[in-house]
Design a protein around this ligand. Structure first.
Ligand SMILES: Nc1ncnc2c1ncn2[C@@H]1O[C@H](COP(=O)(O)OP(=O)(O)OP(=O)(O)O)[C@@H](O)[C@H]1O
Ligand SMILES: [Mg+2]
Length: 455
């Protein structure tokens, strides 16, 4: 009698394996997340790569050209990768549905096709759909081979045969390997497909980009192991109905994760934005209450962003707080600090806060700018349009130092701002700037300098 195939239950949320079904995952505590997956024994010789086992080599004997980079010429993309695509690397690109992952990789493929053959594997769209997109971008397609396939074995075979200089797998969730008898997108399938592709990338020295879907929470769908397996993890972010997209690395084995790339989505694809601050401030209305410019830093790059706040009396009992582009919890905290430490109570008002351009800011250095915007809206008194505000707010209403202040102020100066209100403790960090810098130790002091304090 043939042996019964081995089965195991795998948590679709965190990848935890269990020999029997359980209602609640003991690892991530998710309910009803276990799915049965049958494991088929791999063919003899492991993974079907069919090569001899490698012997260890001395570190000193490893060829020094191991980190050769392939630049796409799309500067914003190369920058995030740390100066181009590293040969033999496996990179995961995540992002919300429809954000432009396929577009970005199609454009990178077109740029690389000038140097050699590129293989674009599409498991989601038909070859005709991919072609339509390429035509819209004005990409002729010379040097790009399309493969609409989801079977991992056939894809590996095609890569072996074509010997491309760059491979795109769009997306890893649609791929399936016969070694695992469960549906594509399952945890075991994902893990297996990613591991085999990684092995291929390393073994054959070809860079492979995997497109990954993200979950509601914003992480790449599937187990965290996927992020551990690959060499770099990039995310393409942006608000759905805004044109700006930010590409950032959350992991990079070959470069810093501090760099971000800024793009604008248009009819003919993603366009690089070299001067993001200028673009973000283009449509700014001056002298409007509730509008404040905040010098933020994304990675090492300064970005000037307009924060807008609108405050109106609440018409039905519970006041509303609506936030786009920043953490709603942080806004609640700032409103509490404004009420308690500066006497600006918004308890009977609805508060709307919006970051212009669809940008998302998480750094606490934007606290002061947000607070000034709300205070200005609440008082209906515009803050000085030539002043930028930066500082982290403590619960006591004190202003805390921020990182990279000099870079922020330099960018503000470049764009024609004249004054900056910064935490008093940071004044010592600055040596010379073209701006008139005013230190404030507390929120109340900063609001006075902004001209929006209680009189
Ligand atoms: N004809 C068009 N003109 C302008 N923009 C378009 C057009 N068609 C699509 N787009 C833009 O391209 C985006 C889709 O890009 P793309 O297919 O690269 O996204 P994706 O991240 O790969 O999505 P998915 O998760 O579905 O694979 C759309 O959200 C839209 O903004
Ligand atoms: Mg896509």
């Amino acid at each position: 009698m043939p042996p019964r195939p081995k089965t195991s239950f795998v948590c679709q949320q965190c990848g935890f394996q269990s020999p029997k079904w359980t209602g609640r995952c003991p690892s991530c505590e998710g309910w009803n997340t276990f799915v049965e997956e049958r494991v088929v024994a791999p063919p003899k010789g492991r993974s079907g790569l069919g090569r001899a086992p490698r012997a260890p080599i001395a570190l000193g004997d490893v060829p020094a050209d191991a980190e050769e980079r392939l630049a796409t010429g799309i500067a914003e993309f190369d920058r995030v990768l740390g100066g181009g695509i590293v040969q033999g690397s496996c990179v995961l690109l995540g992002g919300d549905p429809g954000i432009g992952k396929s577009s970005l990789l199609m454009q990178a493929s077109a740029a690389l096709a000038e140097k050699g053959t590129v293989l674009y594997v599409s498991g989601e769209e038909s070859a005709a759909q991919v072609k339509l997109r390429a035509r819209r971008f004005g990409i002729g397609g010379d040097g790009i081979l399309l493969l609409a396939e989801t079977d991992l074995g056939s894809i590996i075979e095609a890569i072996r045969r074509v010997r491309p200089i760059f491979v795109v797998i769009d997306s890893i969730q649609t791929m399936n390997s016969d070694a695992i008898a469960s549906a594509a997108g399952g945890v075991s399938q994902l893990r297996e497909c990613a591991a085999r592709l990684l092995e291929l990338a390393k073994g054959d020295d070809v860079p492979i980009f995997l497109v990954g879907h993200v979950t509601k929470e914003g992480a790449v769908a599937g187990p965290r192991v996927l992020e551990h397996i690959v060499d770099a993890v990039l995310y393409l972010e942006g608000e759905r109905f805004h044109a700006f997209r930010i590409l950032r690395a959350t992991k990079n084995r070959f470069g810093s994760t501090d760099e971000v790339g800024v793009f604008e989505m248009g009819d003919n694809g993603l366009r690089e934005v070299q001067n993001p601050s200028e673009v973000f401030l283009e449509e700014r209305g001056r002298g409007v209450a509730g509008s404040v410019v905040v010098p933020t830093v994304e990675g090492t790059r300064p970005l000037l962003v307009e924060v807008q706040a609108l405050v109106t009396p609440t018409s039905f009992g519970l006041p509303r707080r609506t936030v786009t582009g920043t953490d709603p919890q942080r806004l609640l905290l700032l409103l509490a600090v404004l009420a308690k430490r500066a006497g600006l109570n918004s308890g009977s008002h609805d508060v709307y806060v919006n970051l212009v351009g669809g940008l998302r800011i998480r750094e606490p250095a934007a606290d002061l700018g947000l607070a000034v915007a709300v205070a200005s809206a609440l008082r209906d008194r515009p803050a000085d349009p030539r002043t930028v505000f930066v500082g982290e707010l403590g619960l006591g209403g004190e202003l805390r130092r921020v990182q990279r202040l000099a870079v922020r102020l330099k960018e503000a100066e470049r764009l024609g701002f004249e004054r900056a209100v910064v935490p008093a403790a940071s004044l010592a960090d600055l040596n010379g700037t073209g701006l008139e810098v005013q230190g404030a130790a507390s929120l109340r002091e900063a609001l006075e300098r902004a001209g929006v304090a209680d009189r």
